[in-house]
Design a binder for this molecule. Sequence first.
Ligand SMILES: Cc1cc2nc3c(=O)[nH]c(=O)nc-3n(C[C@H](O)[C@H](O)[C@H](O)COP(=O)(O)OP(=O)(O)OC[C@H]3O[C@@H](n4cnc5c(N)ncnc54)[C@H](O)[C@@H]3O)c2cc1C
Length: 416
Amino acid sequence: MKQLVVIGGGVVGLTTAWALVQAGHRVTLVERAAALAQGASRANGGQLSYRYVSPLADAGVPLKALGWLLDRDGPLRLRPDGTLAQWRWLGAFLAHCKASTNRRTTARLLALGAFSQRCFLELQREAALNAIELRTPGKLVVYRKPAAFERAARQSDPKGPERAMSRDECLALEPALGDCGEPWLAGGIFTAGEAVADCHAMCLQLGRRLEQHPNFRGWVHAHALGFVEEHGRVVALRSTEGELAADGFVLAAGLQSAALAAPLGIRLPLYPLKGYSLSAPIGGQHRPPAVSVTDFERKTLYARIGQQLRVAAMVDLVGEDTSLDPSRLAALHRNVLASFPKAADYSQAVPWAGLRPATPSGAPMLGATPLTGLWLNVGHGALGFTFSFGSARILADLISGRPSPLDLDGLALRAA
Ligand SMILES: Cc1cc2nc3c(=O)[nH]c(=O)nc-3n(C[C@H](O)[C@H](O)[C@H](O)COP(=O)(O)OP(=O)(O)OC[C@H]3O[C@@H](n4cnc5c(N)ncnc54)[C@H](O)[C@@H]3O)c2cc1C
């Protein structure tokens, strides 16, 4: 049994803490906010997208990005934030925009997704997670442009769980797609078995289960400031509540992990990809989509979470800025009203902005570091809710001295 400290009380830190206590370790969680899951895990898209992982870095994306940047309602925005980190990240991202690199990353993420799904089912049972609005409606990725749909249909594996659907088949599966008067879709790819849940509710419930667990030492409401290193080993965490000594430390502080690792000489290539969400109430008169829908061209997700429609969208490279930009919110409102006008009461929608902690490739960074006692679980980007369960189990196995249940090639710490 080891004494461990997990830094970060978002979905990644909480699932890691759970996997570690289940593995028999004693765990303390350090979170700077007064409540759990107030960062990227607060109001995300809610999709558990185990089989549709689609890393952003791909061949053709730099050219498409130019078009998106010129479109005032486009899914992408770039504003120089005055840091070298932004240009470095962009350079590394562009280097990953190759079909062969995308195929490799996709294969790794699909393996992590399938493993994560199994780990989620176990966690749900072990922690009796019952108030998280979990549904398994399947996921429909819809395409506006016939050429994009035909390409996706050609690439989908006929032996796999995905099914290419014509426009009419999509409308039969999800009638809400026809509510805008002139349906805008060319076709879609449907994957049965994909799920939706309330990430924030799950984090809060998992936090309560942890507090009842005999191996959990509690969570410290404190700002982690840095590490104490002795002869290549991290021995303590410095925090606003004093020093915490332990046998091991898991860095799961989302975007802020980079600043905590940097003084140790570990450069984590993380950059915030800002996204927005709307949570709009669903009344008796509304027709929300039953399946979870992703609008491929507009990079917009629609998921029913309980009595709310959660719409999540946009990738803005504007630095560490969580402000609600009125022009982006207006664009999101125009988009949802044109696509699903009858799905929810958008006049009552609660807006939110969060920062996806993203690596250039789109793959998280898991496992050991060059320093004994310091472990990473960071960089989950656009799919941190989906991958958190599998990533947490990998960390727990490694820290317990067992081999990783998945090949970590491309997922472990590597030169940026
Ligand atoms: C708009 C949007 C939509 C998304 N949709 C989906 C989706 O549909 N499906 C999906 O799988 N994923 C989705 N994601 C991605 C997912 O939300 C993130 O990948 C995930 O929440 C990252 O979790 P995390 O725990 O690493 O980071 P966070 O949730 O940000 O948690 C990090 C925690 O560390 C704490 N912390 C930071 N610094 C310190 C410090 N120095 N000391 C102590 N504590 C510290 C923070 O306060 C925070 O609580 C979406 C993200 C966004 C923004």
